[in-house]
Design a protein around this ligand. Structure first.
Ligand code: HEC
Ligand code: HEC
Length: 366
């Protein structure tokens, strides 16, 4: 316990940590235990936390500095918890049926898996597959086309989208203010009970920032706590050669946009990044998604067209559609044998982080 505590304290180069540490100390309460062996009283002092000894957020070993500026929205337990409640709160939708978690389920890496395009209010079908919510503190842009450039603004998009939650912030504020529970939770988090749009957005960000996945077998191997089997090791070498230029470790994305050769869908007619920038050279470029927990986040790609990882590998070897914006790395056929593909998939399975997927702190708060 102490070791973990001090390794956290000694992490330099991250000013955000200082704020977290301050909060951390607030939560620590002394606990005295008096033992009387042979009648002589011995007092033992323990430091117990009212909640937990885990920090709310820390930078995992080997990860870069987060992009999110925590000094503008310092995490506290009460705010993270309020954000968690709101993430699971259907009052955020017009008819009280859809919450963020309807499309972002914890067990599946915070995406939905039962259909390719997301389903929202009145069972309306959206135009894209939902994205996994993981390691968002390192994200520079959000959405498949990068339409959103700050996490604190992200929740507004689904909230007001006609196909998703079809609500507006002013009305959400009113509903929460009038509820018999929320004014109390805002009081606990902010010191007064007033509900505002900004507070809602910031606490939802706080919860999403805690969704850090860095304890998969892959991470244990990198920390020398485990080792790859023969197939995973071969898969890792192939991955570094053919995939890592875009799906770059340790986040498994280089955080930019690429055209990975999906044939344009004439019905959805989604131009990706170009929709936002208007630039021809951005046509058919989509955000490079992380591959963390990829085993459970199927179906794959921005429109969910590929049902499993075998099909994804088949796409990269046989299915790449040539176009002027296709990424250079994919212009020549990728030389992978069937055995190579099996090994790459074995490696991809080492990115499944059970402690993340089963973390009770990410689930519905009763
Ligand atoms: C109806 C389904 C649906 C609901 C409800 C929904 N989302 Fe999403 N979410 C999506 C889809 C689909 C995308 C990808 C959209 C795109 O790229 O255009 C997405 C993308 C995101 C992203 C971007 C992730 C990234 O890596 O870029 C975040 C963050 C997010 N949602 C958070 C939320 C929050 C917070 C809520 C609740 C306020 C919410 N979502 C409600 C379907 C949904
Ligand atoms: C040139 C960059 C690039 C290379 C190289 C590349 N990918 Fe991708 N990958 C992408 C992009 C971009 C997407 C999202 C495309 C979309 O949905 O439009 C993607 C999507 C995926 C997905 C689906 C993720 C999801 O959440 O839906 C998987 C799985 C995947 N890639 C695996 C691989 C593997 C395995 C390799 C190597 C054999 C590889 N990629 C090589 C850019 C690349």
């Amino acid at each position: 316990m102490t070791k973990k505590y001090f390794s956290f304290l000694s992490r330099k180069n991250n000013s955000n940590c200082k704020l977290l540490i301050a909060k951390y100390f607030n939560k620590i309460q002394p606990l005295f235990i008096i033992l009387k062996p042979m009648g002589i009283p011995i007092v033992l002092l323990f430091l117990a936390s009212s909640d937990t000894f885990e920090p709310l957020f820390s930078v995992p070993q080997g990860f870069p500095k987060p992009v999110y500026d925590f000094t503008k929205n310092p995490l506290t337990i009460e705010k993270v918890e309020l954000g968690r409640r709101l993430f699971y709160e259907p009052l955020l939708s017009r008819d009280g049926t859809i919450s963020c978690a309807s499309c972002h389920l914890s067990y599946t890496g915070f995406t939905h898996i039962d259909h390719s395009l997301s389903h929202g209010i009145d069972n309306r079908i959206g135009t894209r597959n939902s994205l996994a919510l993981v390691n968002l503190a390192w994200n520079k842009t959000f959405m498949w086309d990068g339409a959103v450039n700050h996490l604190d603004m992200q929740a507004l998009a689904p909230l007001s989208s006609r196909d998703e939650m079809d609500e507006n912030m002013a009305h959400v504020v009113q509903k929460l203010q009038q509820s018999n529970r929320y004014p109390r939770f805002f009081q606990q988090a902010f010191g007064d009970s007033s509900v505002t749009g900004e507070r809602i957005l910031k606490v939802i960000s706080q919860f999403m920032l805690t969704l850090v996945s860095a304890n998969a077998k892959y991470d244990k191997v990198m920390r020398n706590e485990a080792s790859f089997n023969e197939y995973e090791a071969k898969g890792y070498e192939l991955f570094k050669k053919h995939c890592a230029s875009c799906h770059t470790e340790p986040l498994f994305t280089h955080s930019g946009f690429e055209n990975n050769g999906l044939k344009p869908d004439s019905i959805l007619n989604d131009k990706g990044r170009m929709t936002i920038t208007g630039r021809k050279e951005d046509s058919l470029l989509f955000k490079v998604p992380t591959l963390r927990n990829i085993e459970v986040t199927y179906p794959y790609m921005h429109d969910g067209r590929l049902p499993n990882l075998q099909m994804v590998l088949y796409h990269y070897t046989e299915g790449v559609y040539q176009s002027s914006t296709l990424a250079k790395q994919l212009r020549l056929k990728m030389p992978l044998s069937e055995e190579d593909k099996v090994n790459i998939i074995a490696f991809l399975h080492t990115l499944t982080d059970e402690t993340f997927l089963r973390n009770p702190k990410f689930q519905y708060l009763r």
